[in-house]
Design a protein around this ligand. Structure first.
Ligand code: ZN
Ligand code: ZN
Length: 849
C-alpha cells in the first residue's frame, strides 16, 4: 500500500457568512485524472482514525469486478480490514503495492458521484473518510448472522432413544420443533450434535422485513348507478337498515370494513350479500400509524392550493425544470401548508425523472410523512432512520443505489442516500438543532445538504416556520431565494399568547409554587370544558439559571455576553466560552438589590405539583427519563391522543409535529431556562421553542391559548414570539450577533479535550491553548483574525468519569480557520500521545456542554 496525498484543505468560499457557495475547482471531482483503460489499482478508504486514503493493486482475477462504491477486504499492517473503493486508478507506483484480498459486494453501495461529497464532509468536519463512509452506510450492511439447526434422519432416531428428561433430548426436540430458529446458546452442544450427524448447523441472515400494515376496505364497483340500486332493489328485502347501508357506501367512496361493521351490526351479512350481487368489491389498502396511535388513511384528493402555495410552487417548479443548483428558504408559519408544497415539489421532480430526499428532524415525523407519501409511491419510496431493523435498512439502501427509489424520507442520516439521479433535497424544520450530529462525524446535515446540492446540481429547499438566523441571513443577502407563506390555511387564527411576569407573581405570592395564578385559572377553565393541556418545561438535565428575583437579569460574561454557569461546589459563576470566573454574590449587578438566586427545577417537580392541584385528573410526563423504556413515549402519546390524559407535562419532545386537536391550552412554565442557557443561540432557541409550542395549541376547530411564565417579560425573543413577529426578532438577533462576532458573522470551532485524570486534562488543555497562541504568533497578519477563547472547563465538567475542557476558536474566514484546525489536529496527535487525554474537533459547534 501507499499513502495518497489527498487534498485535505476543503473548499470554501471566502466571504464571511456562509459556505454553500462553493468555488469548486474541477479537479475536485476527479481527485486525480485517470486513464480509463488502466484499472489496475484502487484508492481505498479504510475505517481507521487516519485522514489519508491508501492505494492497492487489484489482482487480475478481480480486475473486471472492481468498481467505485464496492467494499473490499485489504491487508493493513498485519490485519485485514474492510475498506471502500473511492477511486479507480492507474499504477505508477514503483512496486511495493499490496493487493486487495477480496471484493465483498456484488453491486456498488454508492455511485462515484457521491465520493466528492463524502470527501467534502470528511475534510470540512476533520473526520477520517473511511470512518465517515462507514457511518453513512446502513448498519445492516453487515447483516448479522445466526446459527440454526435442522434435524437429520439419524438425529430423529437418536432422539427416540434418548432418555426423556435428558438435556440432549430436550435440545433435539426443540430443534425438531423450531426449524430455522436461532439455536439457543451456548452452541457447543449443537456442534457436538453436528459431529454425531444428528443435525446440520446452518448460518442464516437476520433479515427481518417490516411489512406494511394493510386494512380491508369495501367500495361500490365502478359503473354501478346509485339510482338503479337505491331506487329499486334496496328496501325490497325487508332489512330495515339496508337502504342506509348502501347510501353510506355510495356517499363514502371506500370505507374500512371495521368502521362499516361498527356502524351496522349486520354489516358482515350485508357486505357479503352485495359483493355476491356484484355491486360491492373489497380491497386491501396500505395504512400507517402515527405515534399517537391514530391510523392514517391515504390522504384525500389534494385540497385546492391557496394563492400563496401556488406562487411558491411555481417558483419551485421552474427551478426544478432548470435542473441547476439553487437554494430556496421556504418561510411558512405553522399551519400554512408547507407539507402540501413539499408533496407537489417531489411529484414534480419525479415527473422530471429525478429523485428526492426529504429530511425531517424526528423519527415521529418520518412516520407521519411516510403516511402521506406511501399510498402514492408504494415501493418506490424508502424511509430511513435509526428506528428501523438492520435488514430493512440494508434492503432499502441497495434499492436506492440501484435507482429503484424515487423518494427517501429520513432523519439527518438520509443525507447520504445513494440516489443516482438526485434532483431535490428538502430539509424540513431546517432550524432544528437535531440536524447537527453530536458524535462520530459531527456534520450539520442542513448545511451539508446545500453542499451536496451544489455538487450534484440539485434544488435544495430549506423549510421552516421559524428559520435559523443563519439561513435567514443567507436569504436576506440573496444567497438563498426567500419564499414566504405568511398565512395559515383556511385563515385559522394563530393562538393567543399571554405572558406572565413571574417577578410580580413572586412579590404577591410568597409561596414557592411553579404554577402562577393566571395559569392555574386557565387550566381550571380548560379542564372544566373537557379540553386537554400541555405544560412545557425546557430543562436540559442539570441546568439551573442564576438570576435576580427583582429584575429578572442573569449575570453575563463581560467578554462573551454569555450567561454564566453556576458551579454549586465552588460557589462560583463561570463562563464556559472564555473561562472567566467570579464568586457568587447575593447582590444583583443590574439592579443592586439582594435578589440573586439559582432557579431551576425539573419536569418531575412540575408533575408532582399538578398532581397535587388536580388529584382527580390524569397527569402524565414525557421526557427522556420517563421514556427510557422502549415504546413508552408512543404509549403516552397514544393515551393522550385518545384523551385518556388531561395534562401532559413534557420537555422538547412534545413540541414537534404532533397533532392533538383537543389541546387548547399550552403553558410554558419557565421561559428563562432556555433564555439563560449558556449558548449564543439561546435567544434564537427560545423564539423557536415558544413559536413551536404555541403551534401545538388550537390545531382543531377551537382556538388555542398559550401562557408563558417568565422573569424576563420584556426580552425581545419573548416579545417577538408573543406577536408572532419573526422579522423583528431576526433584526434584533442579527444586530447582536454582528456586534459580538458570533455566527453567521464568524465561524466557530470547539476543541473538546477530555481525560480520566483531572490534573492531566487541565494541564493538556492549558498546553494546547499555549501552543495555539504560538502558532498564531507565527502568522502575524492572519493571526489577528483569529480569536481563541479559553481553555475553559466545560459546563458539564465531569461526564461519565471524564474531566472535560474546551477551547473555542472564532474566525471571520472559514478557510483560515481550517488551516489552523488542520495544524492543531496534527499538533494534538504529538502532544496528547500517551497523555490519557483525547481531543475532538467540533466544527460549527451547536452544543458546548
Ligand atoms: Zn436585579
Ligand atoms: Zn466569557
Amino acid at each position: 500500500m501507499a499513502k495518497t496525498h489527498c487534498s485535505i484543505i476543503p473548499v470554501f468560499q471566502h466571504s464571511n457568512c456562509e459556505r454553500s457557495e462553493l468555488s469548486l475547482p474541477s479537479s475536485y471531482f476527479e481527485v486525480c485524472p485517470l486513464k480509463e483503460k488502466d484499472k489496475s489499482c484502487l484508492k481505498v478508504a479504510v475505517p481507521l482514525s487516519l485522514r489519508e486514503t491508501f492505494t492497492y493493486r487489484v489482482p487480475e482475477h478481480l480486475a473486471h469486478k472492481a468498481e467505485v462504491g464496492l467494499r473490499v477486504q485489504v491487508p493493513f499492517r498485519n490485519q485485514k480490514l474492510t475498506g471502500y473503493i473511492i477511486e479507480k486508478g492507474s499504477d505508477d507506483h514503483e512496486g511495493g503495492l499490496k493487493e486487495i484480498l477480496e471484493i465483498l459486494d456484488e453491486k456498488p453501495l454508492f455511485h462515484k458521484s457521491l465520493v466528492p461529497f463524502f470527501q467534502w464532509v470528511a475534510d470540512y468536519y476533520l473526520y477520517p473518510l473511511g470512518r465517515l463512509i462507514q457511518a453513512a452506510l446502513p448498519g445492516g450492511i453487515n447483516v448479522s448472522h445466526f446459527k440454526t439447526g435442522y434435524l437429520t434422519e439419524k438425529g430423529l432416531k437418536a432422539s427416540e432413544l434418548l432418555p426423556p428428561d435428558s438435556e440432549e433430548k430436550r435440545l433435539l426436540t426443540w430443534i425438531r420443533e423450531n426449524p430455522g430458529k436461532r439455536l439457543p446458546s451456548p452452541l457447543s452442544q449443537a456442534y457436538t450434535f453436528q459431529k454425531r450427524g444428528w443435525i446440520n448447523v446452518e448460518s442464516k441472515a437476520n433479515n427481518r422485513r417490516v411489512r406494511p400494515l394493510k386494512r380491508k376496505y369495501v367500495r361500490v364497483k365502478e359503473g354501478i348507478e346509485r339510482e338503479a340500486i337505491l331506487g329499486k332493489e334496496a328496501g325490497s328485502s325487508g332489512i330495515k337498515n339496508e337502504f342506509e347501508f348502501l347510501e353510506t357506501l355510495f356517499d363514502a367512496g371506500s370505507i374500512p370494513l371495521k368502521s362499516l361493521f361498527s356502524a351496522f351490526s349486520n354489516g358482515p351479512y350485508l357486505v357479503k350479500k352485495w359483493i355476491k350481487k356484484g355491486v360491492l368489491e373489497s380491497l386491501d389498502v396500505v395504512v400507517f400509524r402515527n405515534p399517537s396511535g391514530k391510523i392514517m388513511f391515504p390522504p384525500m384528493p389534494p385540497p385546492e392550493l391557496s394563492q400563496q402555495q401556488k406562487t411558491v410552487l411555481s417558483v419551485i417548479q421552474t427551478r426544478l425544470e432548470e435542473g441547476e443548483f439553487s437554494t430556496c428558504l421556504l418561510h411558512g408559519v405553522t399551519g400554512s401548508g408547507k407539507t402540501e408544497v413539499y408533496q407537489r415539489a417531489i411529484e414534480h421532480a419525479n415527473r422530471l425523472g429525478r429523485q428526492a430526499i426529504l429530511m425531517v428532524p424526528e423519527i415521529a415525523l418520518v412516520v407521519y410523512m411516510e403516511g402521506i407519501f406511501r399510498s402514492r409511491l408504494g415501493n418506490r419510496m424508502a424511509v430511513f432512520h435509526s428506528g428501523l431493523g438492520q435488514g430493512e435498512r440494508y434492503d432499502q439502501w441497495i434499492q436506492m443505489a440501484k435507482g429503484e427509489i424515487d423518494l427517501v424520507i429520513g432523519a439527518r442520516s438520509a443525507l447520504f442516500s445513494p440516489l443516482p439521479k438526485l434532483g431535490l433535497i428538502i430539509v424540513d424544520e431546517e432550524h432544528d438543532i437535531s440536524y447537527k450530529q453530536e458524535e462520530g462525524p459531527r456534520y450539520q446535515a442542513r448545511d451539508a445538504a446545500v453542499v451536496r446540492g451544489k455538487m450534484e446540481n440539485v434544488l435544495v429547499i430549506l423549510g421552516s416556520g421559524t428559520p435559523s438566523i443563519q439561513s435567514f441571513q443567507n436569504a436576506s443577502t440573496g444567497r438563498y431565494q426567500l419564499l414566504s407563506m405568511p398565512e395559515r390555511v383556511e385563515s385559522r387564527p394563530l393562538p393567543e399568547m399571554q405572558v406572565v411576569d413571574m417577578k410580580e407573581v413572586r412579590e404577591k405570592n410568597k409561596k414557592n409554587g411553579v404554577i402562577s395564578p393566571t395559569l392555574k385559572e386557565a387550566l381550571d377553565r380548560n379542564l372544566a370544558e373537557g379540553k386537554q393541556a400541555i405544560m412545557f418545561l425546557n430543562r436540559r438535565g442539570y441546568h439551573r439559571v442564576y438570576l435576580c428575583r427583582f429584575c429578572g437579569q442573569s449575570v453575563r460574561c463581560a467578554n462573551c455576553d454569555m450567561s454564566l454557569i453556576h458551579h454549586l461546589k465552588k460557589n462560583q459563576l463561570a463562563c464556559h466560552y472564555c473561562g472567566f470566573q467570579i464568586p457568587c454574590k447575593n447582590t444583583c449587578p443590574t439592579c443592586g438589590r439582594q435578589g440573586m438566586r439559582a432557579y431551576g427545577f425539573g419536569t418531575e417537580r412540575l408533575e408532582k405539583e399538578l398532581n397535587e392541584l388536580y388529584p382527580e385528573r390524569q397527569v402524565a410526563r414525557l421526557d427522556k427519563d420517563s421514556t427510557r423504556r422502549k415504546g413508552h413515549a408512543f404509549k403516552i402519546l397514544k393515551k393522550f391522543g385518545r384523551q385518556e390524559i388531561d395534562i401532559l407535562v413534557g420537555t422538547q419532545m412534545i413540541t414537534k409535529g404532533y397533532d392533538f386537536p383537543n389541546v387548547t391550552l399550552v403553558g410554558v412554565i419557565a421561559a428563562d431556562l432556555s433564555l439563560g442557557f449558556p449558548d449564543f443561540r439561546a435567544g434564537e432557541r427560545t423564539f423557536q421553542i415558544l413559536s413551536q409550542v404555541a403551534g401545538r395549541a388550537g390545531r382543531g376547530d377551537q382556538s388555542g391559548t398559550v401562557i408563558v411564565q417568565t422573569f424576563n417579560p420584556e426580552h425581545y425573543a419573548i416579545n417577538a414570539a408573543e406577536t408572532h413577529d419573526f422579522q423583528t426578532f431576526f433584526e434584533k438577533e442579527k444586530a447582536l450577533r454582528e456586534q459580538l462576532g458570533y455566527p453567521p458573522f464568524s465561524y466557530l470551532a470547539c476543541l473538546k479535550l477530555q481525560g480520566n485524570n483531572s490534573k492531566a486534562a487541565a494541564a493538556m488543555a492549558q498546553r494546547m491553548g499555549r501552543e495555539i497562541s504560538e502558532i498564531l504568533k507565527k502568522w502575524p497578519k492572519k493571526g489577528k483574525d483569529i480569536q481563541v477563547l479559553g481553555p475553559a472547563e466545560a459546563p458539564l465538567s465531569k461526564l461519565k468519569g471524564k474531566y472535560r475542557w474546551q477551547i473555542l476558536i472564532k474566525c471571520g474566514k472559514a478557510m483560515l480557520l481550517h488551516y489552523l484546525l488542520e495544524e492543531v489536529q496534527g499538533l494534538s496527535k504529538k502532544i496528547l500521545r500517551s497523555s490519557g487525554v483525547s481531543m475532538i474537533v467540533d466544527v460549527d459547534p451547536y452544543q458546548m456542554l
